[in-house]
Design a protein around this ligand. Structure first.
Ligand code: ADP
Ligand code: MG
Length: 696
C-alpha cells in the first residue's frame, strides 16, 4: 500500500476553498463530468456541439490581435482542418503549438468564423504511437491554480491509502438494493474501461445513488444528533397555568379552530418541559398564527417569565404590537415596543424596561436581537416569518443567559421533503385549516393592455365601500424582481440600493397617477422609506376605513391584516416569485366578503413567469404552491435565510430523490437504534469538513 502524499500549504489552502479539509473529503470530491479520451475522432467526422478528442499536425500557428490577442492554430488530420483558439496563453504553450508539432486536443467543437474550431482545448504533444487512455477521465470541480492533474493525483492517493470500509450493515444494503461504498467511489473516480460518459453522468446510476443515499443519511443523522443534544440543554419549565390564557380565550370574539387548538396544545406541552423548545409553526396566510403566538407568550408570562415577539419588518411588528395590546392590555399586560427606528432615548428606555423585568412582553424588529438588549428573564422568543431572518440573529438571542424556548412562525409552507431534510432538527406544528367564514379569493390574470379596465374596477369597488391594495414590485438593476426577502429586509436595514430607489419611484408615480385619476377617492401610500409615524398613520387610516385605496410596495407582503380589504391589484406580477404572490394575495380574503386578486402582467412573458402565474392562478393552497415552487426553483431559495446556516446537499436533490430521502430517514432511525457505532462513523466520514453542521 502506498503512503499518503504530502500536500503543500499552498495546495491545502486551495483545497480548503473547495471545502476539502480532511483527507476523507478528497474521497467525496466527486467528478462533475467525464472526458472521453479513450478514442480519437477523425476531424472529418466531428460535429458542432460535441466534445471530442482529435489528433493531428499543426500546420499553421499565429498570434492575431483582432479583436484581442489570440493564438490561432490550424490542426490537420488527413485532408481535414480544425482551428484551435486561445485567448489566454503562455509562451510555453505557444511553443508547444508551433507548426509541425503533432498534438492531441480535447474540446467542444464550435462553428467559428473560419470554420469549425475549439476554444481553449486541452492539448498535449504526442507521438504517433502514444497510447490512448484506457478509461474515461474524470473532471472535478476546482478552483483557480489547482489543476485537474493535481486533484486527480491527490484523490487517487486518498483512494489507495484511506480505509473505504462500508459504514452500512450488509443487511441494510441488501434490503435497500444499494451498491457498496468502496465500489461506488472507485467507479466514479476511476471508471472501468467499458463504461460511457453518458452512463456515468446519469445521476440515477447505482454508484451515484449510493453516494446520494449516504449524503442524505449523514444529513439525517446530524439533524437527529442536534435534536438530541437540545434535549440535554436546560430551559425554564413553563407549565400552563390557564390563568391569563384562559381569560384571553374567554374574551376573544371568536373560538379557536380545531387546528389552532391542536398546535397550541403542542406548544404548551413543549413549554412545560425543562428543555428548550425549537418549534416551527406553519400555517398558510390568514390561518391565525398570531393568536397562537399570543397564547404561548401568555403561558410564559403567567409563569413569571418574559416573552419576546419579533417580526422582520416595522409594519408587521407594529401590527403585532397593536393587536397584542388590544388583546393583552385588558389582562393588565402592557407590551413594550422596540425597533431600530426609535430615537436613541426611547430605545434606551425600552431596553431598560426589558432589562429590569418591568415589562414581560417585548415586541419589535430585529433590534430586539441586538447586544444592548439584555432580557431580565426571557422564557420564550417568538419569531414571525422566521425565514426572513438570518440564522445568526436567531442564535444571538438564544445565547443570552438562560436559554429561552423558541417558536418560529412561517406562512411559507415547507414542502414535505424540505421539512424532512433541512428542518428535521426542529419540531413542526401545522395549522391546516382556515378560520370559518372565509370565501376563497378569486384570482384573475389581466394583461397590461387592459390596465384602464382595471382602474375602473378599482374605482367601482372603492365607491361601493370596499377597500383595495395596489402593489408595486421591487425591481432590481436588471429589471427583474429581486427576491422577496430583499424587499422586506433591505427597506428597514440599511443601504439604499438602486433597486429600492426605482421601486420607490414606481410606487410614488403610481400613487400620483391614481390620485389624479380618482380625485373622489382617498388614496394612501406605504413604502419602506416613509418614516414610522407616516407609515403607521397610513396603515391606521387604511385599517380604520378612512382610506379606500392603499398603494404600496411589497412591504405589505408579510402579515398585514385588514379584513375589509377585498381587492388587490398586483402590478407587474410577472416579476414576482410564487411564494411572494401567494403571500400578497393572502392580504385579501380575510373577511366574509368575496375577494378578488388581479395579477396585472406585462407581455412578453418568460417561460418561468408564465409557469408561476399559471400556478397561482390555479391554486389557492399555500402547500401545493410551495411544492411547485420547490420544483421550479430548487431548495436553495425556498430555504431563504436558513440556507446560509445549513450546508446544502451536494449530490442529492430532494425533489428528484424523495425515495432515497425516505429510505435515509428510516435508515437513520435503524442505525441509531441498532448500530450506533456505524452511525458515528458515517457522520464522521461525511461531516469531517464541518465543525458544526448546522451553524456553519
Ligand atoms: P396569519 O396566520 O396569516 O398570521 P392572522 O393571525 O393575522 O393570520 O389571522 C388572520 C385573521 O384571522 C385575523 O384577523 C385574526 O384575528 C383572525 N382569526 C384568527 N383566528 C381566528 C378564528 N379562530 N376565528 C375567526 N377569526 C380568526
Ligand atoms: Mg402573520
Amino acid at each position: 500500500m502506498s503512503a499518503p502524499l504530502k500536500i503543500s500549504p499552498a495546495t491545502l489552502a486551495k483545497l480548503a476553498k473547495l471545502g476539502i479539509r480532511h483527507r476523507t473529503d478528497l474521497l467525496l470530491h466527486l467528478p462533475l463530468r467525464y472526458e472521453d479520451e479513450t478514442h480519437l475522432t477523425p476531424i472529418a467526422n466531428v460535429q458542432v456541439g460535441e466534445t471530442v478528442q482529435v489528433q493531428g499536425v499543426i500546420t499553421h500557428s499565429e498570434v492575431v490581435f483582432r479583436p484581442r490577442r489570440t493564438l490561432v492554430c490550424r490542426l490537420q488530420d488527413g485532408g481535414d482542418e480544425l482551428y484551435l483558439r486561445f485567448l489566454n496563453f503562455y509562451p510555453s504553450q505557444q511553443k508547444q503549438l508551433a507548426a509541425g508539432r503533432q498534438i492531441r486536443a480535447v474540446g467542444e467543437v464550435r462553428a467559428g468564423y473560419y470554420g469549425m474550431e475549439m476554444v481553449h482545448p486541452k492539448c498535449r504533444a504526442v507521438d504517433s504511437d502514444t497510447p490512448l487512455q484506457q478509461s474515461l477521465t474524470p473532471v472535478y470541480p476546482t478552483t483557480a491554480g489547482l489543476s485537474q492533474a493535481t486533484l486527480r493525483k491527490l484523490i487517487g492517493n486518498a483512494l489507495e491509502t484511506l480505509p473505504l470500509s462500508d459504514t452500512l450493515p450488509d443487511a441494510l444494503l441488501r434490503r435497500l438494493c444499494l451498491a457498496g461504498f468502496a465500489g461506488s467511489l472507485h467507479l466514479l473516480h476511476n471508471p472501468a474501461p467499458d463504461i460511457s460518459a453518458r452512463t456515468l453522468e446519469d445521476r440515477s446510476h447505482a454508484a451515484w445513488r449510493r453516494i446520494k443515499f449516504d449524503e442524505l443519511l449523514a444529513q439525517q443523522l446530524s439533524m437527529r444528533a442536534h435534536h438530541r443534544e437540545r434535549g440535554k440543554r436546560i430551559a425554564p419549565a413553563l407549565a400552563p397555568q390557564h390563568r391569563l390564557t384562559g381569560t384571553l380565550l374567554d374574551r376573544l370574539p371568536f373560538a379557536l379552530t380545531g387546528a389552532q387548538q391542536k398546535v397550541y396544545a403542542e406548544i404548551g406541552r413543549d413549554l412545560a418541559r425543562p428543555h428548550p423548545m425549537q418549534r416551527l409553526l406553519l400555517g398558510d396566510v390568514g390561518s391565525g398564527k398570531t393568536i397562537v403566538a399570543a397564547l404561548a407568550a401568555l403561558q410564559a408570562i403567567e409563569n413569571g417569565y418574559q416573552a419576546a415577539l419579533m417580526a422582520p419588518t416595522e409594519i408587521l411588528a407594529e401590527q403585532h404590537y397593536f393587536k397584542l395590546r388590544e388583546w393583552l392590555e385588558p389582562l393588565g399586560i402592557a407590551p413594550v415596543w422596540l425597533s431600530g427606528s426609535l430615537k436613541k432615548k426611547e430605545k434606551r428606555l425600552a431596553a431598560e424596561r426589558i432589562a429590569s423585568g418591568a415589562t414581560l412582553l417585548a415586541i419589535g424588529t430585529h433590534a430586539l436581537f441586538q447586544n444592548q438588549v439584555e432580557f431580565h428573564k426571557l422564557g420564550l422568543a417568538i419569531v414571525d416569518e422566521q425565514h426572513k431572518f438570518g440564522v445568526q440573529q436567531r442564535l444571538a438571542l438564544r445565547n443570552k443567559g438562560v436559554e429561552p424556548h423558541q417558536l418560529m412562525m412561517s406562512a411559507t409552507p415547507i414542502p414535505r421533503t424540505l421539512a424532512m431534510s433541512y428542518y428535521a432538527d426542529l419540531d413542526v406544528s401545522v395549522i391546516d385549516e382556515l378560520p370559518p367564514g372565509r370565501t376563497p379569493v378569486v384570482t384573475k390574470l389581466v394583461s397590461d393592455a387592459r390596465r384602464d379596465e382595471v382602474f375602473e374596477r378599482v374605482r367601482a369597488a372603492c365607491l361601493a365601500g370596499q377597500q383595495a391594495y395596489w402593489v408595486c414590485p421591487l425591481i432590481d438593476e436588471n429589471g427583474v424582481s429581486a427576491k422577496a426577502n430583499v424587499s422586506a429586509a433591505n427597506v428597514e436595514r440599511s443601504g439604499r440600493s438602486q433597486s429600492e430607489a426605482v421601486q420607490l419611484q414606481t410606487v410614488i408615480e403610481t400613487h400620483g397617477m391614481l390620485c389624479a385619476a380618482f380625485p373622489e377617492l382617498s388614496i394612501g401610500l406605504a413604502h419602506g422609506r416613509l418614516d414610522n409615524a407616516e407609515k403607521a398613520r397610513a396603515m391606521a387610516a387604511f385599517k380604520a376605513g378612512e382610506m379606500q385605496l392603499l398603494v404600496a410596495t411589497t412591504v405589505i407582503e408579510v402579515g398585514v391584516d385588514v379584513p375589509n380589504a377585498s381587492l388587490m391589484v398586483i402590478d407587474h406580477a410577472e416579476r414576482m416569485g410564487l411564494a411572494q404572490l401567494h403571500q400578497l394575495r393572502g392580504r385579501v380574503g380575510r373577511g366574509a366578503m368575496q375577494s378578488l386578486c388581479i395579477l396585472l402582467y406585462q407581455q412578453p412573458l418568460s417561460e418561468l413567469a408564465q409557469a408561476r402565474l399559471k400556478i397561482v392562478f390555479e391554486s389557492n393552497d399555500g402547500f401545493a404552491i410551495a411544492q411547485q415552487d420547490l420544483q421550479l426553483r430548487g431548495p436553495g431559495e425556498l430555504l431563504g435565510a436558513r440556507q446560509s446556516g445549513v450546508a446544502m446537499l451536494r449530490f442529492a436533490d430532494i425533489s428528484a430523490d424523495e425515495d432515497l430521502l425516505n429510505q435515509a430517514r428510516q435508515a437513520a432511525d435503524e442505525l441509531l437504534r441498532d448500530f450506533p457505532a456505524a452511525a458515528q462513523k458515517h457522520l464522521q466520514r461525511w461531516m469531517a469538513n464541518r465543525h458544526d453542521y448546522l451553524h456553519a
